[in-house]
Design a protein around this ligand. Structure first.
Ligand code: PRP
Ligand code: URA
Length: 209
């Protein structure tokens, strides 16, 4: 699918299967979300540009690569997106963080915004939006709208599960934003939940059901 990368790595697929199991504990769910966050960070940063700098090893001077661009920004959509954050920051510890508070109205499935806090120079940076669930995509679209209003031009979206309907909607609204996902599931049910999915990610992560 154009603009969509499915992360088929066996470790990701194995951990995702464990997360789908409804008998998994809140603690186990949170730990696996963190671990998969780390693995997805590896995939979504795979093509970051490098530049050569001169350093001196104990044996002499040498030109070696470092990441060229400005420090990137992770932008978790609250609440569930926060589950990816620590794993991602453990791989990219100097990244900045933009918090985007959104929840999905259970009746209309539209995104309700309640918080936005981002680095002041976010417009100059690569921003990676984090949310485990891409269902209708209303939340992802609202988050990306908000980031683009702040001048952000270079965006990527990372999730754990995507519904085909959500991918289509996000690609239609923001065709410039590539998507990374561990799975493209079957469909959305009548309540906008991903099937087979894993249930409500925020509730499972924080034990709020
Ligand atoms: C969930 C999930 C996404 C959104 C996806 O959040 O974490 O943000 O739903 O659905 P969509 O693609 O149809 O917009 P929720 O609204 O349950 O909020 P929470 O994370 O605070 O529980
Ligand atoms: N949000 C979730 O947490 N799960 C879904 O399946 C859909 C939206």
């Amino acid at each position: 699918m154009d603009g969509v990368t499915r992360v088929a790595h066996p470790l990701v697929q194995h951990k995702l299967t464990l997360m789908r199991d409804k008998t998994l504990s809140t603690k186990g769910f949170r730990e696996l979300m963190n671990e998969i966050g780390m693995l997805l960070a590896y995939e979504v940063t795979r093509d970051l540009p490098l530049e050569q700098i001169e350093i001196e090893t104990p044996l002499g001077k040498t030109m070696q690569p470092i990441i060229a661009s400005k420090k990137l920004v992770f932008a978790p959509i609250l609440r569930a997106g926060v589950g990816f954050l620590d794993g991602m920051l453990s791989l990219v510890p100097s990244a900045r963080v933009a918090h985007i508070g959104l929840y999905r109205d259970p009746e209309t499935l539209t995104a309700v915004e309640y918080y936005f806090k981002a680095p002041s120079d976010i417009a100059d940076r690569l921003v990676i939006v984090l949310d485990p669930m891409l269902a209708t995509a209303n939340s992802a679209i609202a988050a990306i709208d908000r980031l683009k209003e702040r001048g952000v031009k270079d965006l990527r979206f990372v999730c754990l599960l995507a519904a085909p309907e959500g991918i289509k909607n996000l690609r239609a609204h923001h065709p410039d934003v590539p998507i990374w996902t561990a799975s493209i599931d079957s469909h959305l049910n009548d309540h906008g939940y991903i099937v087979p999915g894993l249930g409500d990610a925020g509730d499972r992560m924080y034990g709020t059901k």
